[in-house]
Design a protein around this ligand. Structure first.
Ligand SMILES: NC(=O)c1ccc[n+]([C@@H]2O[C@H](COP(=O)([O-])OP(=O)(O)OC[C@H]3O[C@@H](n4cnc5c(N)ncnc54)[C@H](OP(=O)(O)O)[C@@H]3O)[C@@H](O)[C@H]2O)c1
Length: 381
């Protein structure tokens, strides 16, 4: 029985994590839940799973009161505290943006296993996460692309990898004429053709910066230099990623697009269990799988992420933080879709990077970039 903390339990990955727990009641037990604003759902989850620890970024008092009336008392703990609690073995980090950084670092220092969905954590501070692994903790990938690569590498020697190839669906605007992109609405950006995800990662999929973030993540997870990490467009999201080995052999992992599969694997590794019931992949019915090169003119944010990764230091943290603000501002209607790219380009130009930053310097760079991006938005409004 693994005792689980779910940080970001009310989001897309968090809710699917709890579905996996429901399907495997003899293997997984929820002992901590943390969320942001959605206290109605957090309350429901708390009443169902009866965790020892609970956290909500806002609405703490109302939640305490409501749970008390229902006869449930939980200990209030910040995510980075619950991630280190002695009753916790496994921490699912399912927040978006920079919110997962402190819980991940704390969990690894406390030698916990981290199932890492929050991709910005490795983007912002991959070198620190790697260093924290020396305490004896473990990181298991949750993102479908990294889970695919992870699975392809089981039983393989790391020095035999020649390339990692990440697949990208291209998001909702892959066929939209370029001149129309400035006018697309948040509703259109949120209509992803293959995945149902939270708003931040869905917009990141539309700009394709998410694939750049995933390349940076892959570099830290699998210790492969960025030059040997490639992206190929694949609109069906069935081949989740591929690994090419030194003899030219290529392994891929395929399944229908459903995040419950990589989530379950990260929670039950090294075992593969039946667990949640997933739609089977019927290739005869799918018929055709399509692959193609990246259209760099359509997706300038992918190039920006790779550039920030090559520069290293605080540049990736600055890019991730500015993107968090830019996406939020786009969703709230303050800027256009293509402004996201201009904010990111300009924040990278304005930043004076710190090489090999410590955690304090990463957090400082994050705060600087968020303030810089907000100032950019205000200057246009
Ligand atoms: N969704 C997917 O299919 C998918 C696939 C691959 C990778 N990912 C990655 O997984 C991460 C999560 O994605 P998502 O789609 O699940 O995002 P999401 O739906 O926006 O969920 C984010 C979660 O974080 C919570 N949260 C926000 N601030 C918090 C804080 N300070 N402390 C604790 N919890 C906080 C939110 O709470 P409230 O809702 O209560 O405010 C929500 O539960 C992202 O990094 C994304 O890139 C997602």
């Amino acid at each position: 029985m693994a005792r689980l903390a779910v940080i970001g339990s009310t989001g897309s990955i968090g809710r699917q994590t709890l579905e996996v727990v429901r399907a495997l009641p003899n293997r997984l037990q929820v002992v901590a839940l943390a969320a942001g604003n959605n206290i109605e759902l957090l309350q429901e989850q708390a009443l169902e799973f009866r965790p020892l620890y609970l956290y909500a970024e806002r609405g703490e008092k109302e939640l305490y009161h409501a749970l008390g009336e229902a006869g449930l008392s939980c200990n209030w703990a910040r995510p980075e505290e619950m991630a280190t609690a002695p009753e916790v073995d496994l921490v699912m980090v399912a927040t978006a943006g920079g919110a997962g950084l402190l819980p991940t670092m704390a969990a690894l220092k406390a030698r916990k296993v981290v199932a890492l969905a929050n991709k910005e954590v490795l983007v912002m501070a991959g070198h620190l996460v790697n260093a924290a692994l020396s305490h004896g903790g473990e990181v298991r990938p949750v993102d479908s692309e990294h889970s695919a690569i992870w699975q392809c590498l089981w039983g393989e020697a790391p020095d035999k990898i020649s390339r990692l190839i990440l697949t990208a669906s291209g998001g909702p605007f892959r066929d939209r004429p370029l001149h129309e992109l400035a006018k697309v609405t948040p509703q259109e950006a949120l209509a992803h053709p293959t995945w149902q995800m939270g708003p931040k990662v869905t917009v990141d999929s539309a700009t394709l910066i998410n694939k750049g973030f995933e390349c940076l993540e892959a570099r830290w997870l699998f210790q492969v230099p960025l030059e040997r990490i490639h992206v190929v467009m694949h609109k069906e999201s069935i081949v989740h990623s591929l690994v090419e080995f030194c003899d030219g052999s290529v392994k891929a992992q395929l399944s229908m697009p459903d995040m419950r599969l990589p989530i379950q694997l990260a929670l039950t590794y090294p075992e593969r269990l039946t667990g949640v019931s997933l739609p089977p992949l019927d290739l005869a019915q799918v018929g055709c799988l399509h692959f193609g090169p990246v259209d760099w003119e359509r997706y300038p944010c992918l190039a920006l992420a790779l550039e920030a990764g090559k520069k290293g230091g605080t540049y990736p943290a600055v890019l991730a933080a500015a993107d968090e603000v830019a996406v939020q501002m786009f969703l709230e209607g303050h800027i256009g879709f293509t402004d996201i790219r201009y904010i990111l380009e300009e924040v990278l130009e304005a930043h004076e990077g710190v090489p090999e930053p410590d955690l304090g310097q990463v957090l400082e760079a994050e705060a600087w970039a968020k303030a810089w991006a907000m100032a950019w938005v205000r200057s246009k409004g």
